[in-house]
Ligand binder design. Structure first.
Ligand code: ADP
Ligand code: MG
Length: 509
């Protein structure tokens, strides 16, 4: 019914699985997709008498994320036991943080206008701040593998894998904003090199809390919590569905029940999982086996100094210093590896050109990356470091374009061949395949003359006003030419010579 009369309110709880060499409290190696129960030391299994020892890298990664999201850092924070019974939790409690998270009171900015994907996007578009209540460290639980026929199986490999849990303020107002937030967060954890941020594989997991209220009312409505969305579009779809459901409930005069719901991606609906538990159900208590985590200013400054250039700053630099349009800058900085690739290629090109119109050169490399490179990455679904054409070789190709040795079509052909003939430079390929552009009018003229001579009927039709035929003549010249004539030169020469024919006919008449 009337979506316009209600305003959704959304807050997210996100778990980020960290890429560390060992688990959070033991030397076990975290792995994805390993043989079940092959990485289960006694600490991971919660054997009595074992003691957890904190992995310092987890603290460092928490600080990276906290500083990159403008959080305050707690000088002291405590690990707590969160008790609950579930077969995939052999200890009977999860080690987490409760009243003293390591990071708190931060925010992430999203940019709804830019992310609309408009090529004419504004340079300084409006942003929206999404508040972060907290980020805390905790251990993951194992995995229950439910089988359709037969017993449920348990894989404890994931027990003790380090997680950062991030809780947002209820600041999001649409399912799309929730999607954008997750995209920015995934981008950030990848830039920070703390997680691969892959939702499909569970290294980024999101629960969504949502309620609706009549527009204009300040007080929030009763919320439900949605689980089991393993992609960003699932999060968006599940929220859409749930908002519509809650509005329908309110419209019939009933009230929304506070509960936890599971998203069913096949049915496209949510269904109740359990009524929501309260914090006191977990009997939180400080973990007596672990000391307080102390973070001093020196440590914070060390981590801050090591932070990479963050996506937003890099995008702005691509606009201000590199001279790219805002759209290009955003697309190229979306992924850190792509941005690195672009910058390496551009540096290599600058080394060759030693000056000239550097903005135009940047745009040239940007075009090659955004069209050729990204197309192949999408087609082959590979990361950029597996592309057979590295940034150095892309710079060779860009240099051929700067020197106008190949046409833009020629460059596409050369790139395609470079993917297969990985031991050859762009120049060698262009040479071997006759893709070096011929810009000498004396070489092009005889072929143009011959084509005109051989097509008297088409020449007449052209001269009678059917100028669209020019493309036909260009095609003929390109086909007949032994090599690759500059298309602009061919076009201009054909125009001139055809017109000259016309004048000659008029004179003789
Ligand atoms: P709990 O941990 O008990 O589930 P929290 O207070 O930690 O509850 O909130 C969890 C999430 O729910 C947060 O992201 C918060 O922003 C969000 N949230 C809280 N109240 C509402 C509400 N009325 N509507 C939507 N989201 C809410
Ligand atoms: Mg919570």
């Amino acid at each position: 019914m009337s979506y316009e009369m209600y305003e959704p309110v959304i807050g997210l709880e996100v778990h980020v699985q960290l890429q560390t060499d060992s688990k959070i409290f033991s030397p076990d190696v975290p792995t994805f997709g390993a043989t079940p129960n092959s990485h289960v030391d006694p600490v991971s299994l919660g054997h009595p008498g074992t003691l957890p020892v904190l992995n310092e890298t987890v603290v460092e990664y928490a600080l990276r994320l906290g500083l990159a999201t403008n959080c305050s850092i707690a000088p002291r924070s405590v690990f707590a036991r969160k008790h609950y019974f579930y077969p995939d939790l052999p200890k009977g409690y999860q080690i987490s943080q409760y009243d003293t998270p390591i990071c708190y009171d931060g925010y992430v900015e999203v940019f709804p206008e830019e992310d609309a994907g408009d090529e004419q996007e504004p340079a300084g578009s409006a942003s929206k701040r999404v508040g972060l209540t907290r980020i805390h460290m905790e251990e993951d639980a194992g995995k229950s593998i439910h089988q359709e026929h037969g017993p449920t199986r348990l894989d404890f490999n994931r027990c003790g894998v380090p997680l950062l849990e991030m809780v947002t303020e209820p600041d999001l107002r649409t399912p799309h904003e929730a999607h954008l937030f997750l995209r920015r967060l995934r981008q950030l954890v990848r830039y920070l090199d703390i997680s691969d941020g892959n939702m499909e594989e569970g290294s980024l997991r999101c629960d969504a809390n949502v309620s609706v209220r009549p527009r204009g009312r300040e007080q929030f409505g009763t919320r439900t919590e949605l689980k089991n969305m393993n992609s960003m579009s699932h999060v968006e779809q599940a929220l859409d569905y749930e908002i519509t459901r809650q509005i329908a409930v309110l419209e019939t005069g009933e009230s929304v029940e506070q509960q936890t719901l599971l998203w069913d991606p096949n049915a496209g609906t949510t269904r109740p999982m359990r009524s929501k538990e309260e914090a006191h159900d977990y009997r939180y208590m400080p973990d007596p086996d672990l000391v307080e985590v102390e973070v001093d200013d020196e440590m914070i400054e060390d981590v801050r100094a090591d932070l990479p250039e963050l996506p937003r700053a890099r995008r702005q630099r691509f606009i201000d210093d590199v001279g790219l349009p805002p759209y290009d800058a955003r697309v190229l900085t979306e992924d850190r590896a792509v941005a690195d690739y672009f910058e390496t290629a551009l540096d290599q090109l600058y080394k060759r050109t030693k000056g000239g119109d550097t903005d135009a050169q940047a745009k040239l490399v940007s075009n090659l990356v955004m069209t050729e490179v990204m197309r192949v990455l999408n087609e082959r679904t590979i990361p950029i470091d597996e592309l057979p054409v590295g940034p150095e070789r892309l710079a060779q190709l860009a240099f051929l374009r700067v020197q106008e040795k190949v046409s833009s079509n020629g460059a596409q052909d050369v790139f395609e061949i470079m993917l297969d003939e990985t031991d050859k430079s762009a120049g060698k390929i262009a040479d071997e395949r006759d893709l070096i552009q011929v810009t000498d009018p004396d070489a092009v003229a005889p072929v143009v003359d011959a084509v005109i001579d051989d097509h008297p009927d088409q020449v007449k039709t052209y001269l009678d006003g059917k100028e669209g035929l020019l493309g036909f003549f260009i095609g003929q010249v390109m086909e007949r030419f032994d090599g690759s004539p500059d298309p602009e030169l061919v076009r201009e020469m054909l125009r001139e010579k055809l017109e000259a024919r016309g004048d000659a006919v008029e004179e003789s008449e």
